[in-house]
Design a protein around this ligand. Structure first.
Ligand code: HMG
Ligand code: MG
Length: 299
């Protein structure tokens, strides 16, 4: 009972680049990346992050990125907004969808957004109220759903509680982040089963990082549980500034290869994404982190 169609949410411009060490990735490069992703048929792109530039310098040009992109009809260009200040900046820059991001671990919440889980939920409430008034859809993230860099194992019940709170607040979808990529398929299934008791499974997304090479197996496992929205980053770009050693999101190319093999539709052109991955990593002076790109050998 796999889904017939998967909605892919592309993370490379945000999760992919937020942790890029060294020089700032030029705004024009980010804009071109977003254009190339849209041209490849991707319909959901997390384009920027309205967080503190002191905390995450690479996202400091969020306004310029959001104002600089040519919007293709039917494509959603979203951004992270941790608080009301971020939301107002995002709204002024023309963002039509935003995301708040919480965690299932208090220690990670403190390191990442400088407050506890309970405080974060209080901060998100005015963002949700303001966004829903302004007709802006809000996605909710829960980090550390399969493990925390500071606390180790995380109980599925803790994930379910935070997911439920975000859903009750009005988030249209809850994206479940294996932030440090430590999950394995059975743990991923159990986590989805617990969260699915609190939030309808068709409103859940899988946001898996590939640190231990388990992301594809974990995605297969949660698709069997009914999850049909997948977050991924072209070329497997990224990592989290507050989770040392974490690698990027599962590569979009690898997810598309899996889905094509399973006969699951996405509407996305794998060859165009591969091309985009080569181009983007050449801009960064690296090779793509995607297995499919490696197999093709022309990078
Ligand atoms: P804080 O220091 O507690 O905030 O940071 P504050 O309200 O006390 O404000 C302090 C200063 O920050 C003030 O400036 C504010 O104006 C400024 P000052 O007066 O000192 O000059 N400030 C802001 N500036 C720009 N935009 C804003 C903003 N808010 C306050 N929105 C805050 C709290 C949340 C802002 C901070 O901790 C932060 O920016 N954290 C960033 C965390 C982050 O981006 N992490 C990576 C993304 S999450 C992730 O990757 C996980 C995910 O992929 C899922 C997964 O994999 O699990 C989503
Ligand atoms: Mg992430």
């Amino acid at each position: 009972n796999l889904p017939q169609r998967v909605r892919l949410f592309e993370m490379a411009p945000r999760d992919g680049l937020q942790n890029e060490p060294g020089a700032m990735v030029p705004t024009e490069t980010k804009i071109e990346l977003i254009h190339r992703l849209a041209n490849a048929g991707i319909r959901y792109i997390e384009a920027a992050s309205f967080v503190s530039p002191k905390w995450v310098p690479q996202m400091g040009d969020a306004v310029e990125v959001m104002r600089g992109i040519s919007r293709e009809p039917g494509v959603v260009y979203s951004a992270l907004t941790p608080n009301l200040q971020g939301f107002e900046n995002a709204l002024a820059a023309g963002v039509e969808e935003v995301a708040v991001f919480g965690a299932a671990s208090d220690s990670f919440s403190q390191k990442n957004i400088n407050c506890s889980i309970a405080e974060s939920l209080k901060r998100f409430e005015p963002v949700l109220n303001r966004a829903l008034d302004a007709g802006v859809r809000v996605r909710g993230y829960v980090s550390c759903v399969l493990g925390c860099p500071y606390e180790g194992d995380i109980a599925p019940q803790s994930v379910a509680q935070v997911a439920r709170a975000l859903h009750d607040m009005g988030c249209y979808e809850i994206s479940l982040g294996d932030t440090i990529g430590v999950g394995t398929p059975l743990a991923a299934k159990r986590m989805i089963d617990a969260v699915g008791q609190q939030v309808p499974v068709d409103q859940l997304a899988a946001h898996f990082h590939d640190t231990y090479g388990m992301a594809i197996a974990n995605l297969y496992a949660v698709m069997e549980e009914g999850v049909s929205v997948i977050d991924a980053a072209t070329a497997g770009l990224g990592g989290c500034p507050y989770a040392k050693g974490a690698s990027g999101n599962v590569a979009t190319e690898d997810v598309l290869y899996l889905l094509e093999g399973l006969g699951i539709e996405t509407g996305i052109n794998l060859e165009a994404v591969l091309e985009t991955g080569y181009w983007m990593t050449s801009q960064l002076g690296r090779k793509p982190g995607s297995k499919v790109a490696l197999a093709r050998g022309n990078c």
